[in-house]
Write a protein that binds this ligand. Structure first.
Ligand code: HEM
Ligand code: HEM
Length: 198
């Protein structure tokens, strides 16, 4: 195994693939975010007020779980080197891609913490994964917590634009460049680029 093996299984595959753990983290977080955004956006929009408490609890449970999964994922990412970008990708797009990935890591850790501040300012107890009660970060009606009730949704909605950019990039690789970058993050058999090392 090379020094960078693990995340990319570099020595075995010529560095052109994500391993099962990286893929599992990726698609688990995608699925959790689909639920999280669906619950958040339905919350207060189409459901009667009486359903909001239950939905808010779902939002806190899923959001705090995303925080824990992202912390584990970050630890994995910092100790395992991902596969390199395709060599023929322009430096600008390589930078954009890398920056997008790091924005996800940072925002998906900071955003749930800001949500936790927002919930605390409502006086609402957050239960990790819906089970373990977490302490209030600030007292009810705390000014910083109340500010986060505005900031948290703004960041969450802004993140949707970054997600759209990221998905556009994945589709660009799949249908324009046809360079196998999408396949290396898909479940199932790992893709070998041109059958040789990248
Ligand atoms: C990645 C995780 C999260 C995402 C994507 C997310 C997304 C959102 C979105 C889009 C809204 C706006 C809902 C609307 O206006 O209809 C919202 C509101 C809210 N979220 Fe989150 N959230 C996350 C994590 C959390 C966590 C972990 C908590 C609490 C522990 C939380 C607490 C709240 C609260 C209290 C509000 C309502 C703010 C207010 O108006 O008072 N969120 N969230
Ligand atoms: C909720 C939305 C998503 C988030 C937050 C997200 C997050 C991420 C992150 C953080 C990475 C970097 C992994 C690493 O190197 O550590 C990544 C890579 C990747 N994602 Fe996503 N992703 C999302 C949705 C999608 C979707 C829907 C697709 C497919 C259409 C996709 C395709 C990919 C691909 C192909 C890579 C590898 C890129 C490369 O090797 O340069 N992602 N994603």
């Amino acid at each position: 195994m090379s020094a960078t093996a693990g995340f990319s299984e570099q020595s075995a595959a010529g560095g052109w693939r994500y391993d099962g753990i990286a893929k599992a983290f990726h698609w688990l977080v995608v699925a959790m975010l689909v639920v999280q955004y669906s619950v958040a956006l339905v919350l207060g929009l189409i459901l009667p007020k009486s359903a909001e408490d239950g939905l808010a609890a779902w939002h806190f449970a899923m959001g705090s779980s995303i925080l824990v999964v992202m912390l584990a994922r970050l630890a994995w990412r910092l100790t395992h080197t991902p596969p390199p970008p395709p060599a023929d990708l322009s430096p600008g797009l390589q930078l954009l891609s890398r920056a997008t990935h790091w924005v996800f890591y940072i925002v998906l850790i900071v955003l749930p913490v800001l949500g936790w501040f927002a919930a605390s300012a409502h006086g609402a107890t957050v239960r990790l994964a819906g089970l373990i009660p977490l302490p209030l970060l600030v007292p009810k009606d705390d000014p910083f917590g109340k500010a986060m009730q505005t900031v948290h949704p703004v960041i969450a909605i802004t993140l949707l634009a970054v997600i759209a950019l990221h998905i556009s990039g994945a589709l660009y690789h799949a249908f324009v460049k046809r360079d196998g970058v999408l396949q290396r993050m898909l479940p199932g058999r790992n893709f070998e680029r041109d059958g040789k090392s990248a």
